[in-house]
Design a protein around this ligand. Structure first.
Ligand SMILES: [Zn+2]
Length: 123
């Protein structure tokens, strides 16, 4: 679903803005059965403020008094590390496969050569 600046509740135009993150990345956390929140299952809404503050773009409807925050595609550090690892290990795997193939070819070539070098009359 495309997120527009039309309020899904009243159909009025929403104000564009953002939720600033000053110290930590903004997260949405699901509620747990005990009335608390499950921080481990949180959804990131902004990047991590490291040096500059970051923010999560959001829409605000004045008449409904509601803020809508689209969940951005944020690559976490572990996502990036995972991708890098996949790429690195993947190419390493290719290289190992190719090296094994080459050894097989060399072995076959050597065997052919040995056969040629043998005296054909000597059985
Ligand atoms: Zn509204």
């Amino acid at each position: 679903m495309e997120i527009t600046n039309v309020c899904p509740y009243c159909g009025k135009e929403m104000h564009e803005g953002a939720l600033p993150a000053y110290k930590y990345a903004l997260r949405w956390c699901p509620s747990d059965e005990r009335g608390g929140i499950e921080e481990e299952k949180s959804v990131r809404l902004s990047g991590m403020p490291v040096i500059e503050s970051v923010y999560a773009p959001a829409h605000y409807c004045e008449s409904c008094r509601v803020v809508i925050v689209p969940v951005p595609e944020i690559e976490t550090f572990s996502d990036k590390a995972g991708k890098w690892l996949d790429k690195t290990l993947g190419s390493l795997g290719d290289r190992i496969d190719r090296a094994a193939e080459r050894r097989e070819e060399e072995k076959a070539a050597r065997e052919r050569e040995e056969k040629w070098n043998k005296d054909p009359w000597e059985v």
